[in-house]
Design a protein around this ligand. Structure first.
Ligand SMILES: NC(=O)c1ccc[n+]([C@@H]2O[C@H](COP(=O)([O-])OP(=O)(O)OC[C@H]3O[C@@H](n4cnc5c(N)ncnc54)[C@H](O)[C@@H]3O)[C@@H](O)[C@H]2O)c1
Length: 239
Protein backbone atom coordinates (compact mmCIF):
# COMPACT_ATOMS: atom_id res chain seq x y z
CA UNK A 1 0.00 0.00 0.00
CA UNK A 2 1.35 3.45 -0.90
CA UNK A 3 1.11 6.27 1.61
CA UNK A 4 -1.93 7.72 -0.15
CA UNK A 5 -5.26 6.05 0.56
CA UNK A 6 -8.02 6.55 -2.00
CA UNK A 7 -11.56 5.20 -1.93
CA UNK A 8 -13.92 4.84 -4.90
CA UNK A 9 -17.71 5.28 -4.73
CA UNK A 10 -19.48 3.71 -7.71
CA UNK A 11 -17.68 0.72 -9.17
CA UNK A 12 -19.67 0.21 -12.37
CA UNK A 13 -18.47 0.45 -15.97
CA UNK A 14 -16.18 3.43 -15.46
CA UNK A 15 -15.39 3.06 -11.77
CA UNK A 16 -13.69 -0.24 -12.62
CA UNK A 17 -10.99 1.72 -14.45
CA UNK A 18 -10.33 3.77 -11.34
CA UNK A 19 -10.03 0.56 -9.32
CA UNK A 20 -7.53 -0.96 -11.75
CA UNK A 21 -5.31 2.12 -11.92
CA UNK A 22 -5.43 2.92 -8.20
CA UNK A 23 -4.61 -0.70 -7.48
CA UNK A 24 -1.59 -0.51 -9.82
CA UNK A 25 -0.51 2.62 -7.95
CA UNK A 26 -1.05 0.75 -4.67
CA UNK A 27 -3.32 3.58 -3.54
CA UNK A 28 -6.69 1.79 -3.50
CA UNK A 29 -7.92 1.58 0.08
CA UNK A 30 -11.67 0.88 -0.03
CA UNK A 31 -14.67 0.76 -2.32
CA UNK A 32 -18.36 1.58 -2.05
CA UNK A 33 -21.40 0.84 -4.22
CA UNK A 34 -25.10 0.32 -3.60
CA UNK A 35 -24.81 -3.00 -5.44
CA UNK A 36 -23.84 -5.75 -2.98
CA UNK A 37 -22.67 -7.93 -5.82
CA UNK A 38 -20.29 -5.30 -7.20
CA UNK A 39 -18.92 -4.58 -3.74
CA UNK A 40 -18.38 -8.26 -3.04
CA UNK A 41 -16.74 -9.01 -6.40
CA UNK A 42 -14.43 -6.00 -6.41
CA UNK A 43 -13.40 -6.06 -2.78
CA UNK A 44 -12.46 -9.71 -3.27
CA UNK A 45 -10.63 -8.99 -6.54
CA UNK A 46 -8.59 -6.13 -5.11
CA UNK A 47 -8.31 -7.28 -1.52
CA UNK A 48 -9.77 -4.08 -0.05
CA UNK A 49 -12.63 -3.26 2.32
CA UNK A 50 -16.03 -2.86 0.63
CA UNK A 51 -19.11 -0.90 1.76
CA UNK A 52 -22.71 -0.61 0.59
CA UNK A 53 -23.30 2.20 3.10
CA UNK A 54 -21.83 5.49 1.86
CA UNK A 55 -21.86 7.05 5.36
CA UNK A 56 -19.84 4.20 6.87
CA UNK A 57 -17.40 4.33 3.93
CA UNK A 58 -16.91 8.08 4.38
CA UNK A 59 -16.09 7.69 8.07
CA UNK A 60 -13.01 5.76 7.01
CA UNK A 61 -9.64 7.53 7.15
CA UNK A 62 -9.07 8.33 3.45
CA UNK A 63 -6.88 10.93 1.73
CA UNK A 64 -9.24 11.20 -1.19
CA UNK A 65 -12.42 9.85 -2.73
CA UNK A 66 -13.45 9.34 -6.35
CA UNK A 67 -17.16 9.67 -7.12
CA UNK A 68 -18.02 7.52 -10.13
CA UNK A 69 -21.75 7.06 -9.62
CA UNK A 70 -24.43 8.06 -12.18
CA UNK A 71 -24.48 11.79 -12.88
CA UNK A 72 -27.68 12.67 -11.06
CA UNK A 73 -26.29 11.21 -7.83
CA UNK A 74 -23.00 13.19 -7.93
CA UNK A 75 -24.33 16.11 -5.91
CA UNK A 76 -25.68 14.16 -2.92
CA UNK A 77 -22.72 11.80 -2.77
CA UNK A 78 -20.12 14.57 -3.18
CA UNK A 79 -21.87 16.77 -0.60
CA UNK A 80 -21.58 14.01 1.99
CA UNK A 81 -17.93 13.42 1.14
CA UNK A 82 -17.10 17.11 1.48
CA UNK A 83 -18.97 17.14 4.81
CA UNK A 84 -16.58 14.40 5.96
CA UNK A 85 -13.65 16.57 4.79
CA UNK A 86 -12.58 14.25 2.02
CA UNK A 87 -10.57 15.51 -0.97
CA UNK A 88 -12.60 14.67 -4.02
CA UNK A 89 -12.49 13.82 -7.71
CA UNK A 90 -16.01 13.83 -9.10
CA UNK A 91 -16.47 12.21 -12.48
CA UNK A 92 -17.66 14.30 -15.40
CA UNK A 93 -20.17 15.84 -15.75
CA UNK A 94 -19.52 17.49 -12.39
CA UNK A 95 -23.22 17.88 -11.47
CA UNK A 96 -26.60 17.71 -13.16
CA UNK A 97 -27.25 21.43 -12.82
CA UNK A 98 -25.27 24.59 -12.26
CA UNK A 99 -26.62 25.37 -8.80
CA UNK A 100 -25.54 21.98 -7.51
CA UNK A 101 -22.05 22.59 -8.88
CA UNK A 102 -21.82 26.03 -7.29
CA UNK A 103 -22.96 24.64 -3.94
CA UNK A 104 -20.26 21.95 -4.03
CA UNK A 105 -17.58 24.51 -4.89
CA UNK A 106 -18.63 26.70 -1.98
CA UNK A 107 -18.79 23.78 0.44
CA UNK A 108 -15.38 22.53 -0.68
CA UNK A 109 -13.86 25.96 0.02
CA UNK A 110 -15.57 26.19 3.41
CA UNK A 111 -14.27 22.73 4.36
CA UNK A 112 -10.78 23.28 2.91
CA UNK A 113 -10.86 20.21 0.64
CA UNK A 114 -9.56 19.74 -2.90
CA UNK A 115 -12.38 19.32 -5.43
CA UNK A 116 -11.70 18.38 -9.04
CA UNK A 117 -13.55 16.87 -12.00
CA UNK A 118 -12.61 13.83 -14.11
CA UNK A 119 -12.01 15.60 -17.40
CA UNK A 120 -9.75 12.84 -18.64
CA UNK A 121 -9.27 14.35 -22.12
CA UNK A 122 -6.95 16.96 -20.64
CA UNK A 123 -4.60 14.06 -19.89
CA UNK A 124 -4.94 12.39 -23.29
CA UNK A 125 -1.35 12.39 -24.71
CA UNK A 126 -2.60 13.56 -28.15
CA UNK A 127 -4.47 16.46 -26.56
CA UNK A 128 -1.50 17.40 -24.42
CA UNK A 129 0.74 17.48 -27.50
CA UNK A 130 -1.82 19.63 -29.36
CA UNK A 131 -1.98 21.99 -26.40
CA UNK A 132 1.82 22.20 -26.34
CA UNK A 133 1.93 23.03 -30.08
CA UNK A 134 -0.70 25.73 -29.61
CA UNK A 135 1.07 27.19 -26.58
CA UNK A 136 4.47 27.39 -28.32
CA UNK A 137 2.92 29.13 -31.35
CA UNK A 138 3.56 26.35 -33.91
CA UNK A 139 0.16 26.83 -35.62
CA UNK A 140 -0.35 30.45 -34.61
CA UNK A 141 -3.33 31.58 -32.57
CA UNK A 142 -6.28 29.13 -32.90
CA UNK A 143 -9.14 30.54 -34.97
CA UNK A 144 -11.62 27.74 -34.46
CA UNK A 145 -11.86 24.18 -33.15
CA UNK A 146 -13.98 21.37 -34.61
CA UNK A 147 -14.97 18.29 -32.59
CA UNK A 148 -16.98 15.36 -33.96
CA UNK A 149 -17.96 12.30 -31.93
CA UNK A 150 -20.14 9.50 -33.18
CA UNK A 151 -20.95 6.26 -31.40
CA UNK A 152 -24.06 4.18 -30.66
CA UNK A 153 -25.86 5.20 -27.47
CA UNK A 154 -24.37 3.48 -24.42
CA UNK A 155 -27.62 1.86 -23.22
CA UNK A 156 -26.65 1.82 -19.53
CA UNK A 157 -26.68 5.64 -19.36
CA UNK A 158 -30.20 6.33 -18.21
CA UNK A 159 -29.99 9.71 -16.50
CA UNK A 160 -28.51 12.21 -18.98
CA UNK A 161 -28.38 12.88 -22.71
CA UNK A 162 -25.49 13.24 -25.11
CA UNK A 163 -24.57 16.80 -24.06
CA UNK A 164 -23.92 16.07 -20.38
CA UNK A 165 -22.43 12.66 -21.06
CA UNK A 166 -20.31 13.20 -24.17
CA UNK A 167 -20.27 16.76 -25.52
CA UNK A 168 -19.14 17.95 -22.10
CA UNK A 169 -15.62 16.69 -22.87
CA UNK A 170 -15.37 18.91 -25.94
CA UNK A 171 -16.89 21.91 -24.15
CA UNK A 172 -14.17 21.48 -21.55
CA UNK A 173 -11.44 21.08 -24.19
CA UNK A 174 -12.63 24.25 -25.93
CA UNK A 175 -12.29 26.23 -22.70
CA UNK A 176 -8.89 24.61 -22.11
CA UNK A 177 -7.54 25.50 -25.57
CA UNK A 178 -8.81 29.08 -25.63
CA UNK A 179 -8.17 29.61 -21.91
CA UNK A 180 -11.34 31.71 -21.86
CA UNK A 181 -15.03 31.24 -21.25
CA UNK A 182 -17.44 31.31 -24.21
CA UNK A 183 -19.61 34.40 -24.44
CA UNK A 184 -22.06 33.02 -27.03
CA UNK A 185 -23.70 29.58 -27.08
CA UNK A 186 -25.84 28.18 -29.86
CA UNK A 187 -27.21 24.66 -29.41
CA UNK A 188 -29.46 22.52 -31.55
CA UNK A 189 -30.39 19.07 -30.24
CA UNK A 190 -32.43 16.09 -31.45
CA UNK A 191 -34.06 13.41 -29.28
CA UNK A 192 -35.21 11.20 -32.14
CA UNK A 193 -37.82 9.27 -30.21
CA UNK A 194 -36.40 9.05 -26.68
CA UNK A 195 -36.72 11.37 -23.67
CA UNK A 196 -33.19 12.82 -23.88
CA UNK A 197 -31.13 14.36 -26.64
CA UNK A 198 -29.10 11.92 -28.72
CA UNK A 199 -27.64 14.34 -31.23
CA UNK A 200 -26.31 17.81 -30.58
CA UNK A 201 -24.71 20.54 -32.64
CA UNK A 202 -23.13 23.33 -30.62
CA UNK A 203 -21.37 26.51 -31.55
CA UNK A 204 -19.46 28.25 -28.78
CA UNK A 205 -18.35 31.80 -29.45
CA UNK A 206 -15.20 32.86 -27.60
CA UNK A 207 -13.78 36.36 -27.23
CA UNK A 208 -11.82 37.85 -30.16
CA UNK A 209 -14.04 36.20 -32.80
CA UNK A 210 -12.87 32.61 -32.02
CA UNK A 211 -15.27 29.65 -32.22
CA UNK A 212 -15.69 26.01 -31.37
CA UNK A 213 -18.01 23.71 -33.34
CA UNK A 214 -19.02 20.53 -31.53
CA UNK A 215 -21.12 17.73 -33.07
CA UNK A 216 -22.05 14.70 -30.94
CA UNK A 217 -24.12 11.82 -32.19
CA UNK A 218 -25.39 8.78 -30.25
CA UNK A 219 -27.29 7.23 -33.16
CA UNK A 220 -24.92 6.37 -35.98
CA UNK A 221 -23.43 2.88 -35.45
CA UNK A 222 -19.77 3.69 -35.95
CA UNK A 223 -17.12 4.99 -33.61
CA UNK A 224 -15.61 8.24 -34.78
CA UNK A 225 -13.69 10.84 -32.85
CA UNK A 226 -12.14 13.69 -34.80
CA UNK A 227 -10.75 16.99 -33.64
CA UNK A 228 -9.20 19.87 -35.53
CA UNK A 229 -7.50 22.91 -34.14
CA UNK A 230 -7.26 25.45 -36.91
CA UNK A 231 -4.76 28.22 -36.34
CA UNK A 232 -3.57 31.33 -38.18
CA UNK A 233 -0.52 29.50 -39.56
CA UNK A 234 -1.54 25.84 -39.66
CA UNK A 235 -3.78 23.17 -38.23
CA UNK A 236 -3.64 20.13 -36.01
CA UNK A 237 -5.86 17.21 -36.97
CA UNK A 238 -6.46 14.36 -34.51
CA UNK A 239 -8.31 11.14 -35.32
N1 LIG B 1 -14.14 10.55 -17.53
C1 LIG B 1 -14.68 9.80 -18.47
O1 LIG B 1 -14.23 9.78 -19.61
C2 LIG B 1 -15.88 8.95 -18.14
C3 LIG B 1 -16.18 7.83 -18.92
C4 LIG B 1 -17.32 7.06 -18.58
C5 LIG B 1 -18.13 7.45 -17.51
N2 LIG B 1 -17.80 8.56 -16.78
C6 LIG B 1 -18.66 9.01 -15.67
O2 LIG B 1 -18.58 8.08 -14.62
C7 LIG B 1 -19.82 8.05 -13.91
C8 LIG B 1 -20.30 6.60 -13.81
O3 LIG B 1 -20.54 6.10 -15.11
P1 LIG B 1 -20.60 4.53 -15.38
O4 LIG B 1 -20.63 4.40 -16.87
O5 LIG B 1 -19.56 3.82 -14.60
O6 LIG B 1 -22.05 4.17 -14.76
P2 LIG B 1 -22.53 2.74 -14.24
O7 LIG B 1 -24.02 2.84 -14.19
O8 LIG B 1 -21.90 1.66 -15.06
O9 LIG B 1 -21.94 2.62 -12.76
C9 LIG B 1 -22.39 3.41 -11.71
C10 LIG B 1 -22.21 2.63 -10.41
O10 LIG B 1 -22.61 3.47 -9.32
C11 LIG B 1 -23.42 2.71 -8.42
N3 LIG B 1 -24.29 3.65 -7.69
C12 LIG B 1 -25.42 4.26 -8.12
N4 LIG B 1 -25.87 5.13 -7.19
C13 LIG B 1 -25.02 5.05 -6.14
C14 LIG B 1 -24.95 5.69 -4.88
N5 LIG B 1 -25.86 6.61 -4.53
N6 LIG B 1 -23.95 5.37 -4.04
C15 LIG B 1 -23.02 4.44 -4.38
N7 LIG B 1 -23.02 3.79 -5.58
C16 LIG B 1 -24.01 4.10 -6.44
C17 LIG B 1 -24.17 1.71 -9.30
O11 LIG B 1 -24.60 0.58 -8.55
C18 LIG B 1 -23.08 1.36 -10.32
O12 LIG B 1 -22.27 0.27 -9.89
C19 LIG B 1 -20.79 8.96 -14.69
O13 LIG B 1 -20.83 10.22 -14.09
C20 LIG B 1 -20.14 9.07 -16.07
O14 LIG B 1 -20.43 10.28 -16.73
C21 LIG B 1 -16.69 9.29 -17.06
Amino acid sequence: MSEIKIGVIGVGGWGKNHLRVLSELRALDAICDISEERVRDNSRKYGVEGYTDVDAFLRRDLDGVIVSTPTRTHFQVALKAIGEKKNLLVEKPFTYDVQEGETLLRKAKENGVILTVGFIERFNPAMREAKRLVANGTIGAPLYLIFTRENRWPAHILDVGVILDTTIHDIDLSRWFFEKEPTIVFARTGRFGIDRERVSALTLGFPEERSSLIISNWITPRKLRQREIVGENGLISLD
